[in-house]
Design a binder for this molecule. Structure first.
Ligand code: C5P
Length: 419
Protein backbone atom coordinates (compact mmCIF):
# COMPACT_ATOMS: atom_id res chain seq x y z
CA UNK A 1 0.00 0.00 0.00
CA UNK A 2 1.41 3.40 -0.98
CA UNK A 3 -0.13 6.14 1.03
CA UNK A 4 1.56 9.36 0.02
CA UNK A 5 -1.04 10.38 -2.58
CA UNK A 6 -4.10 9.71 -0.45
CA UNK A 7 -3.11 11.19 2.82
CA UNK A 8 -3.28 14.89 1.93
CA UNK A 9 -6.88 14.58 0.76
CA UNK A 10 -8.05 12.66 3.78
CA UNK A 11 -6.16 14.83 6.19
CA UNK A 12 -8.28 17.78 5.06
CA UNK A 13 -11.64 16.00 5.24
CA UNK A 14 -11.36 14.65 8.80
CA UNK A 15 -9.78 16.54 11.69
CA UNK A 16 -7.16 14.57 13.58
CA UNK A 17 -8.95 14.77 16.85
CA UNK A 18 -12.01 13.02 15.44
CA UNK A 19 -10.01 10.36 13.58
CA UNK A 20 -7.42 9.52 16.25
CA UNK A 21 -9.45 9.94 19.43
CA UNK A 22 -9.04 6.84 21.68
CA UNK A 23 -6.96 5.00 19.06
CA UNK A 24 -4.20 2.84 20.57
CA UNK A 25 -1.03 3.45 18.58
CA UNK A 26 2.22 1.56 19.04
CA UNK A 27 5.09 3.78 17.97
CA UNK A 28 8.24 1.86 17.09
CA UNK A 29 11.43 3.93 17.03
CA UNK A 30 14.69 2.60 15.62
CA UNK A 31 18.31 3.77 15.56
CA UNK A 32 18.26 6.51 12.94
CA UNK A 33 19.21 10.14 13.45
CA UNK A 34 15.60 10.95 12.48
CA UNK A 35 14.58 9.45 15.85
CA UNK A 36 14.65 13.02 17.19
CA UNK A 37 11.42 13.67 15.22
CA UNK A 38 9.68 10.94 17.24
CA UNK A 39 9.26 13.27 20.22
CA UNK A 40 7.15 15.68 18.17
CA UNK A 41 5.28 12.74 16.66
CA UNK A 42 4.29 11.48 20.13
CA UNK A 43 3.21 15.00 21.09
CA UNK A 44 0.95 15.36 18.02
CA UNK A 45 -0.64 11.95 18.57
CA UNK A 46 -1.31 12.69 22.23
CA UNK A 47 -2.77 16.09 21.29
CA UNK A 48 -5.21 14.24 19.03
CA UNK A 49 -6.22 12.14 22.09
CA UNK A 50 -4.61 8.92 20.84
CA UNK A 51 -3.13 6.49 23.38
CA UNK A 52 0.55 6.00 22.54
CA UNK A 53 2.88 3.17 23.57
CA UNK A 54 6.51 3.65 22.55
CA UNK A 55 8.65 0.65 21.61
CA UNK A 56 12.34 1.51 21.03
CA UNK A 57 15.04 -0.72 19.69
CA UNK A 58 18.12 -0.64 21.95
CA UNK A 59 20.00 1.39 19.27
CA UNK A 60 17.28 4.05 19.14
CA UNK A 61 18.14 5.04 22.70
CA UNK A 62 21.52 6.28 21.44
CA UNK A 63 19.66 9.00 19.53
CA UNK A 64 16.84 9.97 21.89
CA UNK A 65 16.36 9.16 25.57
CA UNK A 66 13.53 6.82 26.57
CA UNK A 67 12.81 9.29 29.38
CA UNK A 68 11.76 11.95 26.85
CA UNK A 69 9.40 9.61 25.02
CA UNK A 70 8.06 8.01 28.20
CA UNK A 71 7.25 11.45 29.60
CA UNK A 72 5.54 12.64 26.41
CA UNK A 73 3.59 9.41 25.91
CA UNK A 74 2.73 9.14 29.63
CA UNK A 75 3.64 5.48 29.49
CA UNK A 76 6.65 3.27 30.20
CA UNK A 77 8.83 2.75 27.12
CA UNK A 78 9.56 -0.87 26.17
CA UNK A 79 12.77 -1.94 24.51
CA UNK A 80 13.69 -5.58 25.14
CA UNK A 81 11.32 -8.53 25.34
CA UNK A 82 12.81 -9.54 28.69
CA UNK A 83 13.37 -6.55 30.91
CA UNK A 84 15.56 -6.94 34.00
CA UNK A 85 13.08 -5.72 36.54
CA UNK A 86 10.16 -7.56 35.07
CA UNK A 87 8.80 -10.37 37.21
CA UNK A 88 5.26 -10.74 35.83
CA UNK A 89 4.24 -12.15 32.48
CA UNK A 90 6.57 -12.08 29.46
CA UNK A 91 3.76 -11.97 26.86
CA UNK A 92 3.52 -8.19 26.65
CA UNK A 93 4.45 -8.21 22.93
CA UNK A 94 1.49 -10.50 22.21
CA UNK A 95 -0.96 -8.40 24.24
CA UNK A 96 0.25 -5.20 22.57
CA UNK A 97 0.04 -6.71 19.10
CA UNK A 98 -3.53 -7.81 19.72
CA UNK A 99 -4.89 -4.69 21.38
CA UNK A 100 -3.32 -1.96 19.22
CA UNK A 101 -5.13 -0.16 16.40
CA UNK A 102 -1.86 0.48 14.54
CA UNK A 103 1.85 -0.19 14.77
CA UNK A 104 3.82 2.60 13.14
CA UNK A 105 7.60 2.40 12.89
CA UNK A 106 9.06 5.88 12.45
CA UNK A 107 11.90 6.10 11.72
CA UNK A 108 12.51 2.58 10.39
CA UNK A 109 16.16 1.73 9.67
CA UNK A 110 17.37 -0.61 6.93
CA UNK A 111 18.29 -3.04 9.72
CA UNK A 112 14.80 -3.12 11.26
CA UNK A 113 13.16 -3.29 7.81
CA UNK A 114 15.34 -6.33 7.04
CA UNK A 115 14.43 -7.94 10.36
CA UNK A 116 10.71 -7.36 9.83
CA UNK A 117 10.87 -8.75 6.29
CA UNK A 118 12.48 -11.97 7.52
CA UNK A 119 10.66 -12.50 10.79
CA UNK A 120 13.39 -11.69 13.30
CA UNK A 121 12.08 -10.91 16.76
CA UNK A 122 15.07 -9.89 18.85
CA UNK A 123 13.55 -6.80 20.50
CA UNK A 124 10.20 -5.72 21.89
CA UNK A 125 9.54 -3.84 18.65
CA UNK A 126 10.29 -6.67 16.22
CA UNK A 127 8.56 -9.27 18.42
CA UNK A 128 5.44 -7.09 18.65
CA UNK A 129 5.47 -6.57 14.87
CA UNK A 130 5.44 -10.33 14.38
CA UNK A 131 2.53 -10.71 16.81
CA UNK A 132 0.57 -7.71 15.49
CA UNK A 133 -2.97 -8.24 14.25
CA UNK A 134 -3.38 -4.52 13.57
CA UNK A 135 -2.21 -2.66 10.44
CA UNK A 136 1.52 -1.89 10.35
CA UNK A 137 3.05 1.22 8.79
CA UNK A 138 6.77 1.57 8.15
CA UNK A 139 8.47 4.94 7.61
CA UNK A 140 11.98 4.26 6.24
CA UNK A 141 14.67 6.81 7.08
CA UNK A 142 18.30 6.27 6.10
CA UNK A 143 21.03 7.36 3.75
CA UNK A 144 20.06 7.55 0.06
CA UNK A 145 22.30 4.67 -1.08
CA UNK A 146 21.16 2.41 1.73
CA UNK A 147 17.54 3.17 0.81
CA UNK A 148 18.05 2.55 -2.91
CA UNK A 149 20.07 -0.65 -2.40
CA UNK A 150 18.25 -3.65 -3.88
CA UNK A 151 18.42 -5.39 -0.49
CA UNK A 152 16.40 -2.61 1.16
CA UNK A 153 14.03 -2.26 -1.79
CA UNK A 154 13.44 -6.03 -1.88
CA UNK A 155 12.77 -6.02 1.85
CA UNK A 156 10.28 -3.18 1.45
CA UNK A 157 8.55 -5.15 -1.33
CA UNK A 158 8.29 -8.08 1.07
CA UNK A 159 6.74 -5.81 3.71
CA UNK A 160 4.23 -4.49 1.16
CA UNK A 161 3.34 -8.08 0.30
CA UNK A 162 2.47 -8.57 4.00
CA UNK A 163 0.00 -5.67 3.64
CA UNK A 164 2.23 -3.18 5.49
CA UNK A 165 1.88 0.46 4.49
CA UNK A 166 5.15 2.16 3.52
CA UNK A 167 5.45 5.93 3.84
CA UNK A 168 8.10 6.85 1.31
CA UNK A 169 10.99 8.96 2.59
CA UNK A 170 11.52 12.47 1.28
CA UNK A 171 14.27 13.74 -0.98
CA UNK A 172 16.58 16.32 0.57
CA UNK A 173 19.64 16.90 2.71
CA UNK A 174 20.66 13.84 4.69
CA UNK A 175 22.62 13.55 7.95
CA UNK A 176 25.60 12.24 5.97
CA UNK A 177 25.78 15.55 4.12
CA UNK A 178 24.63 13.87 0.90
CA UNK A 179 21.52 14.95 -0.95
CA UNK A 180 19.05 12.22 -1.84
CA UNK A 181 15.95 10.23 -0.91
CA UNK A 182 15.93 9.05 2.70
CA UNK A 183 14.58 11.79 4.97
CA UNK A 184 11.77 10.93 7.37
CA UNK A 185 8.77 13.18 6.50
CA UNK A 186 7.89 15.81 9.10
CA UNK A 187 5.84 14.54 12.08
CA UNK A 188 2.61 16.23 10.87
CA UNK A 189 2.89 14.29 7.61
CA UNK A 190 3.49 11.03 9.44
CA UNK A 191 0.35 11.74 11.52
CA UNK A 192 -1.63 12.41 8.31
CA UNK A 193 -0.44 9.07 6.93
CA UNK A 194 -1.42 7.34 10.19
CA UNK A 195 -4.91 8.85 9.89
CA UNK A 196 -5.15 7.62 6.34
CA UNK A 197 -4.13 4.05 7.22
CA UNK A 198 -6.56 3.96 10.15
CA UNK A 199 -9.46 5.07 8.02
CA UNK A 200 -11.10 2.43 5.87
CA UNK A 201 -11.71 4.08 2.51
CA UNK A 202 -15.27 2.88 1.86
CA UNK A 203 -16.60 1.61 5.18
CA UNK A 204 -20.22 2.01 4.03
CA UNK A 205 -19.90 -0.11 0.90
CA UNK A 206 -23.02 -2.29 0.59
CA UNK A 207 -25.02 -0.12 3.01
CA UNK A 208 -28.19 1.77 2.04
CA UNK A 209 -28.84 4.95 4.01
CA UNK A 210 -32.34 6.39 4.24
CA UNK A 211 -31.92 9.99 5.36
CA UNK A 212 -34.40 12.72 6.23
CA UNK A 213 -33.19 16.33 6.08
CA UNK A 214 -34.34 19.92 6.06
CA UNK A 215 -37.52 21.40 7.55
CA UNK A 216 -41.11 20.51 6.80
CA UNK A 217 -43.77 23.08 5.92
CA UNK A 218 -47.29 22.71 7.26
CA UNK A 219 -49.80 24.69 5.24
CA UNK A 220 -52.24 27.07 6.95
CA UNK A 221 -53.77 28.19 3.68
CA UNK A 222 -52.52 28.31 0.05
CA UNK A 223 -49.96 31.06 0.90
CA UNK A 224 -48.95 30.56 4.54
CA UNK A 225 -47.27 27.78 6.44
CA UNK A 226 -45.67 26.80 9.75
CA UNK A 227 -42.00 25.80 9.56
CA UNK A 228 -38.64 26.26 11.32
CA UNK A 229 -35.12 27.57 10.71
CA UNK A 230 -33.58 24.31 9.45
CA UNK A 231 -31.41 24.84 6.34
CA UNK A 232 -30.69 21.13 5.74
CA UNK A 233 -26.91 21.74 5.81
CA UNK A 234 -26.14 18.99 8.34
CA UNK A 235 -28.39 16.45 6.61
CA UNK A 236 -27.00 17.21 3.13
CA UNK A 237 -23.44 16.89 4.50
CA UNK A 238 -24.36 13.44 5.83
CA UNK A 239 -25.87 12.49 2.46
CA UNK A 240 -22.75 13.44 0.50
CA UNK A 241 -20.31 11.96 2.99
CA UNK A 242 -22.23 8.67 3.14
CA UNK A 243 -22.10 8.47 -0.66
CA UNK A 244 -18.34 9.13 -0.63
CA UNK A 245 -17.97 6.40 1.97
CA UNK A 246 -19.62 3.93 -0.42
CA UNK A 247 -23.26 3.91 0.72
CA UNK A 248 -26.30 4.04 -1.53
CA UNK A 249 -28.29 7.03 -0.27
CA UNK A 250 -31.98 7.90 -0.41
CA UNK A 251 -32.55 11.45 0.78
CA UNK A 252 -36.07 12.51 1.76
CA UNK A 253 -35.81 16.26 1.93
CA UNK A 254 -37.98 19.17 2.93
CA UNK A 255 -37.72 22.49 1.04
CA UNK A 256 -34.14 23.85 1.22
CA UNK A 257 -32.07 26.12 -0.98
CA UNK A 258 -29.12 23.70 -1.26
CA UNK A 259 -28.18 22.12 -4.61
CA UNK A 260 -29.38 18.56 -5.12
CA UNK A 261 -26.46 16.22 -4.31
CA UNK A 262 -25.19 14.06 -7.19
CA UNK A 263 -25.41 10.28 -7.19
CA UNK A 264 -28.17 10.21 -4.58
CA UNK A 265 -31.86 9.33 -4.87
CA UNK A 266 -33.65 12.52 -3.80
CA UNK A 267 -37.33 12.55 -2.81
CA UNK A 268 -38.64 16.06 -2.32
CA UNK A 269 -41.53 16.53 0.07
CA UNK A 270 -43.17 19.49 1.76
CA UNK A 271 -45.10 18.35 4.84
CA UNK A 272 -44.43 15.94 7.71
CA UNK A 273 -47.22 13.68 6.42
CA UNK A 274 -45.50 13.45 3.00
CA UNK A 275 -42.12 12.79 4.63
CA UNK A 276 -43.69 10.06 6.75
CA UNK A 277 -45.18 8.38 3.69
CA UNK A 278 -41.88 8.49 1.76
CA UNK A 279 -40.00 7.02 4.74
CA UNK A 280 -42.57 4.25 5.21
CA UNK A 281 -42.17 3.31 1.54
CA UNK A 282 -38.38 3.39 1.51
CA UNK A 283 -37.56 1.98 4.96
CA UNK A 284 -37.71 -1.72 3.99
CA UNK A 285 -34.85 -1.22 1.46
CA UNK A 286 -32.55 0.62 3.89
CA UNK A 287 -29.87 -0.92 6.09
CA UNK A 288 -29.87 2.20 8.26
CA UNK A 289 -31.85 5.38 8.67
CA UNK A 290 -30.63 8.74 9.92
CA UNK A 291 -33.38 11.25 10.76
CA UNK A 292 -31.74 14.65 10.50
CA UNK A 293 -34.92 16.50 9.45
CA UNK A 294 -36.39 19.20 11.66
CA UNK A 295 -39.95 17.98 11.38
CA UNK A 296 -42.72 20.37 12.43
CA UNK A 297 -44.39 18.82 15.47
CA UNK A 298 -47.77 20.44 14.79
CA UNK A 299 -49.73 21.22 11.64
CA UNK A 300 -53.00 23.13 11.16
CA UNK A 301 -55.88 20.73 11.75
CA UNK A 302 -57.66 22.12 8.70
CA UNK A 303 -55.95 23.70 5.71
CA UNK A 304 -58.03 26.58 4.41
CA UNK A 305 -58.69 26.16 0.70
CA UNK A 306 -58.54 29.94 0.15
CA UNK A 307 -56.26 32.60 1.59
CA UNK A 308 -57.46 33.57 5.10
CA UNK A 309 -58.66 37.14 5.16
CA UNK A 310 -57.40 39.64 7.73
CA UNK A 311 -60.44 40.30 9.93
CA UNK A 312 -60.35 40.22 13.73
CA UNK A 313 -57.45 41.28 15.97
CA UNK A 314 -56.75 37.68 16.83
CA UNK A 315 -56.75 34.57 14.74
CA UNK A 316 -56.80 31.12 16.26
CA UNK A 317 -55.52 28.26 14.15
CA UNK A 318 -56.23 24.83 15.63
CA UNK A 319 -53.14 22.59 15.41
CA UNK A 320 -52.85 18.84 15.47
CA UNK A 321 -49.81 16.64 15.97
CA UNK A 322 -47.91 15.58 12.89
CA UNK A 323 -46.87 11.94 12.53
CA UNK A 324 -43.65 11.16 14.39
CA UNK A 325 -41.74 9.75 11.43
CA UNK A 326 -38.86 8.34 13.45
CA UNK A 327 -41.17 6.76 16.03
CA UNK A 328 -43.08 5.08 13.20
CA UNK A 329 -39.79 3.86 11.70
CA UNK A 330 -38.85 2.49 15.14
CA UNK A 331 -42.06 0.43 15.19
CA UNK A 332 -41.11 -1.20 11.90
CA UNK A 333 -37.34 -1.51 12.44
CA UNK A 334 -36.01 -5.00 11.70
CA UNK A 335 -33.12 -6.47 13.74
CA UNK A 336 -30.86 -6.04 10.69
CA UNK A 337 -31.55 -2.30 10.49
CA UNK A 338 -30.06 0.58 12.48
CA UNK A 339 -31.98 3.73 13.42
CA UNK A 340 -30.32 7.03 14.29
CA UNK A 341 -32.12 10.18 15.42
CA UNK A 342 -31.05 13.76 16.00
CA UNK A 343 -31.99 15.78 19.04
CA UNK A 344 -31.85 19.46 19.70
CA UNK A 345 -32.48 20.23 23.34
CA UNK A 346 -32.15 23.36 25.41
CA UNK A 347 -32.01 21.80 28.90
CA UNK A 348 -31.24 18.38 30.46
CA UNK A 349 -30.13 17.48 26.95
CA UNK A 350 -28.53 14.09 27.55
CA UNK A 351 -31.28 12.80 29.84
CA UNK A 352 -33.97 13.78 27.31
CA UNK A 353 -31.95 12.29 24.45
CA UNK A 354 -31.59 8.97 26.32
CA UNK A 355 -35.36 8.95 26.86
CA UNK A 356 -35.85 9.44 23.13
CA UNK A 357 -33.60 6.48 22.32
CA UNK A 358 -35.87 4.19 24.33
CA UNK A 359 -39.17 5.74 23.23
CA UNK A 360 -38.37 5.72 19.52
CA UNK A 361 -36.50 2.38 19.51
CA UNK A 362 -33.25 4.02 18.31
CA UNK A 363 -29.71 2.66 18.23
CA UNK A 364 -28.04 6.06 18.47
CA UNK A 365 -29.01 9.69 18.89
CA UNK A 366 -26.92 12.65 17.79
CA UNK A 367 -27.30 15.49 20.23
CA UNK A 368 -26.78 19.06 18.98
CA UNK A 369 -25.67 21.44 21.67
CA UNK A 370 -27.38 24.77 21.02
CA UNK A 371 -25.51 26.43 23.89
CA UNK A 372 -22.20 26.17 22.00
CA UNK A 373 -21.39 29.17 19.76
CA UNK A 374 -21.09 27.89 16.19
CA UNK A 375 -23.35 24.86 16.66
CA UNK A 376 -26.94 24.26 15.50
CA UNK A 377 -29.17 25.97 12.93
CA UNK A 378 -27.75 27.86 9.97
CA UNK A 379 -24.11 27.62 11.10
CA UNK A 380 -21.32 26.16 8.96
CA UNK A 381 -19.98 24.30 11.98
CA UNK A 382 -21.39 21.96 14.58
CA UNK A 383 -20.47 20.17 17.79
CA UNK A 384 -22.31 17.01 18.77
CA UNK A 385 -22.42 14.13 21.23
CA UNK A 386 -23.44 10.69 19.96
CA UNK A 387 -25.28 8.64 22.57
CA UNK A 388 -25.82 4.90 22.10
CA UNK A 389 -28.65 2.70 23.37
CA UNK A 390 -25.96 0.80 25.33
CA UNK A 391 -25.16 3.99 27.29
CA UNK A 392 -22.08 4.83 25.19
CA UNK A 393 -21.12 8.49 24.74
CA UNK A 394 -18.89 9.87 21.96
CA UNK A 395 -18.11 13.57 21.62
CA UNK A 396 -17.25 15.24 18.32
CA UNK A 397 -15.56 18.60 18.92
CA UNK A 398 -16.51 21.78 17.01
CA UNK A 399 -15.77 21.26 13.30
CA UNK A 400 -17.33 21.93 9.89
CA UNK A 401 -20.63 20.13 9.26
CA UNK A 402 -18.90 17.99 6.60
CA UNK A 403 -16.30 16.91 9.17
CA UNK A 404 -19.00 16.24 11.76
CA UNK A 405 -20.88 14.17 9.14
CA UNK A 406 -17.71 12.09 8.59
CA UNK A 407 -17.25 11.74 12.36
CA UNK A 408 -20.85 10.54 12.83
CA UNK A 409 -20.71 8.03 9.97
CA UNK A 410 -17.31 6.67 11.01
CA UNK A 411 -18.66 6.20 14.53
CA UNK A 412 -21.75 4.33 13.25
CA UNK A 413 -19.97 2.20 10.61
CA UNK A 414 -18.60 -0.56 12.90
CA UNK A 415 -22.07 -1.10 14.42
CA UNK A 416 -23.92 -1.46 11.12
CA UNK A 417 -25.27 -4.85 10.27
CA UNK A 418 -23.02 -6.56 7.71
CA UNK A 419 -24.62 -6.20 4.26
O1 C5P B 1 -38.97 14.21 19.50
P1 C5P B 1 -38.04 15.09 18.74
O2 C5P B 1 -38.72 15.91 17.69
O3 C5P B 1 -37.14 15.94 19.59
O4 C5P B 1 -37.07 14.05 18.02
C1 C5P B 1 -36.10 14.46 17.13
C2 C5P B 1 -35.82 13.35 16.16
O5 C5P B 1 -37.03 12.78 15.69
C3 C5P B 1 -35.09 13.85 14.94
O6 C5P B 1 -34.27 12.79 14.48
C4 C5P B 1 -36.24 14.14 13.97
O7 C5P B 1 -35.81 14.07 12.61
C5 C5P B 1 -37.22 13.05 14.31
N1 C5P B 1 -38.64 13.43 14.16
C6 C5P B 1 -39.41 12.80 13.22
N2 C5P B 1 -40.74 13.11 13.11
C7 C5P B 1 -41.30 14.04 13.90
C8 C5P B 1 -40.52 14.70 14.86
C9 C5P B 1 -39.19 14.39 14.97
O8 C5P B 1 -38.90 11.97 12.47
N3 C5P B 1 -42.57 14.33 13.76
Amino acid sequence: MRIASLMGRFFCACPLKIMLQDKFILLGITGSIAAYKAAELVRLLKKADAKVQVLMTPDAERFIPALTLGTLSESEVYSTVFSEHETGSWTKHIALGISADLLVIAPATAQTIAKLAHGFCDSMLTATALAARCPVMVCPAMDHDMYEHPATQNNLSILRSYGYAVLEPEHGELASGLIGKGRLPEPAQVVAAITSVLTPKQPLLGQHLLLTAGPTREAIDPVRYISNHSTGTMGYAIAETAREMGAKVTLVTGPVSLPKPNGIEVIEITSAAEMNQAVQEKLPEATFMVAAAAVADYAPAVVASQKLKKKEEELTVALQKTPDILYNAGLKKRPDQMLVGFALETHDAEAHAQGKIARKNLDFIVLNDLTVPGAGFGTATNQVVILGKDGSRHELPLASKKEIAAGILHHLAPFLPKP
